[in-house]
Design a protein. Structure first.
Length: 261
């Protein structure tokens, strides 16, 4: 079974002591690629170092996370844009809006989000969109600039059926499904019954959102298999079929990567 982790932060300090074991375990569990969205200016070098250690396996994206946005956002954007001009990246992310912790920088988050969306259009790159307590604001920001020419994924989707359908009204967008789908108190299992499997990609968001039965522990790309198993149960499909469909979805999303490999 081959599966793709479309969203992981295994370049973080949580993995400094055992990253080789983490990668070995992921490979043993069928994970063929790990995509790594950037978070802030400090995460760029550790992410690129991990790519250098595992070229073609750990694949970086470049972007500025909404919770990293503050009054220095213009300088931050300038640095991110500089990184994008230095080399080829497979996508722009992790970008979006997060109003869970604070709404203090909501206006600046919107500016940063829309700026990076415009870059994605110009560079013909997919986007990885972070949405937390901000569905309406995120959708309004997207609609203001238009989604023509955009592709991407709404990372860590855990919204309502109506929100899912609104998102999937955008052509060439996917929902990123992770360990949340295994949580006993999550409504996501019911929501997904109305969502085509052909619009879903797998992710872990490691080290966060560890699937059951490992909740409370550090997440691993190897746990992606638990998410596949839960999706097979929800859709009443074979595990291998779910793995194949979601893998093809990920390859379509990151087609530039797989066309050049």
């Amino acid at each position: 079974m081959n599966i793709i982790d479309t969203h992981s932060h295994i370049y973080q300090e949580d993995y400094l002591e055992d990253i080789d074991h983490v990668i070995t375990s992921a490979r043993e569990h069928g994970v063929t690629h790990i995509f790594m969205p950037n978070v802030d200016l400090d995460s760029i070098q550790p992410m690129l170092d991990l790519e250098s250690k595992y070229p073609g396996y750990c694949i970086p994206l470049m972007g500025l996370h909404p919770t990293s946005v503050d009054n220095s956002y213009q300088d931050q954007l300038s640095r991110i844009k500089e990184e994008l001009s230095k080399r080829k990246y497979c996508g722009i992310g992790e970008i979006g809006m997060d109003l869970y912790w604070s709404k203090e920088y909501a206006d600046k988050q919107k500016i940063v989000f829309q700026t990076q969306l415009e870059w994605a259009k110009d560079m013909h790159l997919p986007v990885v969109i972070h949405v937390r307590n901000s569905h309406r604001e995120t959708m309004d920001a997207l609609n203001e600039i238009g989604t023509d020419g955009l592709t991407g994924v709404f990372h860590s989707f855990c919204g309502t059926e109506d929100e899912a359908k609104e998102i999937l009204g955008f052509e060439n967008f996917y929902l990123g499904i992770n360990g949340i789908v295994t949580f006993k108190n999550s409504d996501l299992k019911e929501v997904l019954k109305s969502i085509p499997l052909e619009r879903i990609v797998l992710e872990t968001d490691a080290p966060y959102l560890t699937p059951a039965p490992h909740r409370g522990k550090r997440n691993h790309p190897s746990y992606l298999k638990l998410i596949v198993t839960k999706l097979a149960e929800i859709y009443d499909r074979d595990v291998s079929e779910v793995a194949n469909i979601t893998t093809q979805n990920a390859k379509h999303l990151y087609s530039t990567v797989f066309h050049t490999m």
